[in-house]
Design a protein around this ligand. Structure first.
Ligand code: HEM
Length: 262
């Protein structure tokens, strides 16, 4: 009836209006400066193999989770998802670590007490602290097993030798994150473990004394050491490991995806 009068039905008119708004939005400068050419959100690209490659290359999401992968690469029994598990544990450590930061002060006078209060008086405090601790232990294990898997598959050979070296850096950073976190509860175990560790580093050839001084923030372990290791643990090492992880994931794609089966 409405169409006979020359008017469109309300539903259709609304749909057209929305589509016009959508077109105007996607033609705007703000939209095209956010979504780069090749993005699925940017119009004007036909569905061709070349343009599909552009879509993958220009999107971080598709880089990590591409449209096309080789059949063997999605077989869980090949990678055991150990790299992915290491990454998942890192994210879990970041989230639980931020929670812990709300209740912890890195000084010799407060650190130990803060952890006792966190465990006994803060809602979910004990759970989150234990999640952080267990995830840290597990991450060391999964990173090590991931390295063993890569070695067993010979995936360290060209063209993946650069990514192997990045991996070695990631292993070291993971161990350093674990070790710096170990001091933070400021209990007897932490204190003496770090005393032993830094004494050993004091035997570094030529620069031994200097290395020890820098790590302790003084001549013996104390509140300056705690602050130094805290900053390393919550800021510097996570920042560096994120950069190395980004290079690591990018390189997996650049080297042609996961290596082939034996
Ligand atoms: C924080 C630690 C690490 C994370 C989050 C990580 C993550 C990943 C991920 C997600 C992959 C894709 C395949 C898979 O899951 O197995 C991968 C592949 C790879 N990783 Fe790691 N990795 C880490 C440490 C290492 C270490 C310690 C090494 C060796 C020293 C290493 C060497 C490699 C190599 C060579 C590949 C390519 C493997 C292939 O093509 O089969 N990664 N990594």
């Amino acid at each position: 009836m409405a169409e006979e009068n020359g008017k469109k039905p309300a539903g259709q008119a609304l749909q057209e209006r929305l589509s016009q708004v959508n077109d105007r939005m996607q033609d705007s400068q703000a939209w095209s400066s956010i979504f780069r050419p090749g993005s699925i959100f940017r119009k004007g690209y036909s569905d061709s193999p070349r343009n599909r490659s552009y879509v993958i290359m220009n999107s971080v999401m598709y880089h990590l989770h591409p449209v096309k992968v080789k059949r063997h690469a999605v077989k869980v029994s090949y990678t055991l998802c150990l790299g992915g598990l290491s990454f998942f544990l890192f994210i879990l450590l970041t989230v639980t670590g931020i929670f812990l930061m709300f209740f912890y002060r890195p000084t010799a006078a407060q650190a130990w007490d803060d952890i006792q209060i966190l465990q006994t008086a803060v809602g979910f405090g004990l759970l989150v602290r234990n999640m952080h601790r267990w995830a840290a232990h597990l991450m060391v294990l999964t990173v090590f097993l991931h390295m063993a898997r890569v070695f067993y598959h010979g995936a360290y050979k060209p063209p993946r030798e650069f990514n192997w070296v990045i991996g070695v850096m990631l292993l070291q950073l993971t161990l350093l994150l674990s070790f710096t976190g170990y001091l933070l509860p400021w209990d007897q175990l932490a204190l003496w473990a770090v005393t032993v560790g830094t004494n050993m580093m004091g035997f570094t050839p030529v620069f031994g004394e200097q290395v020890r001084f820098v790590l302790l923030g003084g001549v013996e372990i104390g509140t300056d050491t705690l602050l130094r290791w805290y900053v390393l643990h919550v800021l510097m090492l996570p920042f560096v490991i994120v950069i190395f992880m980004a290079i690591h994931f990018w390189r997996v794609r650049k080297d042609g995806g996961i290596s082939g089966p034996l």
